[in-house]
Design a protein around this ligand. Structure first.
Ligand code: TXD
Length: 314
């Protein structure tokens, strides 16, 4: 298969990986190389997606592979390799098994696609992104994670649903770690021209905030096997688009902080501008006191995870 540059490599051809590939192709963003360790599986999914092209009407190419040499020259590498959460399992339970996978993947990315931008998707997200940064040694503007785009999309949908609005017209802000302590920032969330706090009573809004925090678990409980993948794939695709098209769009990104929000040496969800260089700029936003407090708690949790990775030598 003839893969044309700039292309996106996706590591892990499971639910999120394959759906992300589909969205990238159908939006015409770039060609895709889909990698997985399972023999034949990425090749089968790639062929299936190519056979949809005449009907979908795009002219993008995708190749499936079990060989890392095929990701050489990738502009963006999306890492979805790992195990998804099972019901009752926390993101932290995934730490051990996914850390090993991330190490292996990143060793290969470093070797084969040293100039790429890395979007980490594998959970526990903030910790795996930190690990990817350490293992690749890439500059921090080229290593980041996807979580906030998904978390804010969920919150936007919940708010729009409550107000009977189109979710496109709702803007939400969610900061912090991608876990139970993520911080929905209602003081900055808007519906149309109004601040959401003016439209939704306090108790209902805190219900929406909690549902946002539990958004992943809600889907896991319904699906019984596997975790969410349609909205996660849309979220990754939004980041890929911002980079490939050099949009300089501000999106919530899991980025390495250097003093922003009073935090340092930690991967954490913050508003960041994405463009052709990866993270072009991080934006600090004013927060209410309770939100600041919640952010520090969330940071503590992420730090604990990072310390655990170091302590366990993962
Ligand atoms: O917001 C977010 N960041 C997330 C994160 C939203 C949704 C899913 N999130 C996490 O992404 C989830 O908790 C998992 O850790 C990953 C992937 O989720 P997905 O639902 O796609 O899992 P699958 O369908 O099990 O796919 C994982 C694939 C599967 O095909 C394995 O064969 C492959 O990963 N895999 C590997 N690929 C390459 N290299 C290695 N070592 C490897 N091990 C497994």
């Amino acid at each position: 298969m003839n893969i044309r540059k700039p292309f996106t490599a996706i590591i892990g051809a499971g639910q999120v990986g394959a759906t992300t590939a589909q969205r990238i192709l159908e939006k015409g963003l770039s060609d895709v190389v889909l990698f997985d360790v399972v023999p034949g599986m990425p090749q089968g999914k790639a062929l299936d997606l190519m056979e949809a092209a005449p009907i979908e009407g795009h002219d993008r190419h995708i190749a499936g592979t079990n060989d890392y040499k095929d990701i050489a020259g990738a502009e963006i590498v999306v890492i979805t390799a790992g195990l998804p959460r099972k019901p009752g399992m926390t993101r932290e339970d995934l730490l051990r098994v996914n850390a090993k996978i991330i190490r292996e993947v990143c060793d290969n990315v470093k070797l084969r696609a040293p100039e790429s931008k890395l979007i980490v998707v594998t959970n526990p997200l903030d910790i795996m992104t930190h690990l990817a940064f350490k293992v690749t040694g890439f500059p921090e503007r080229r290593v980041f994670g996807m979580a906030g785009v998904l978390d804010t999309a969920r919150m936007r949908f919940f708010i729009a649903d409550k107000l009977d609005m189109v979710s496109r017209d709702v803007d939400a802000v969610v900061l912090g770690g991608h876990g139970d302590l993520m911080v929905p920032v209602s003081s900055r969330s808007r519906a149309g021209e109004k601040i959401v706090r003016e439209l939704i009573p306090e108790v209902e809004l805190s219900g929406i905030e909690q549902r946002t925090r539990d958004g992943g678990a809600e889907i896991v409980a319904l699906l019984k096997t596997g975790s969410a993948f349609y909205a996660p794939a849309s979220s990754v695709c939004e980041m890929v688009k911002a980079i490939l098209k050099n949009e300089k769009k501000i999106l919530p990104v899991c980025a390495r902080l250097n003093g922003e929000f009073g935090l340092r040496d930690i991967y954490f969800g913050v508003p960041a501008q994405l463009g052709k260089n990866g993270i072009e700029k991080i934006f600090e936003i004013p927060l209410a006191d309770d939100e600041k407090k919640a952010l520090l708690l969330s940071a503590d949790k992420v730090r604990q995870g990072i310390q655990e990775v170091d302590r366990l030598g993962l």
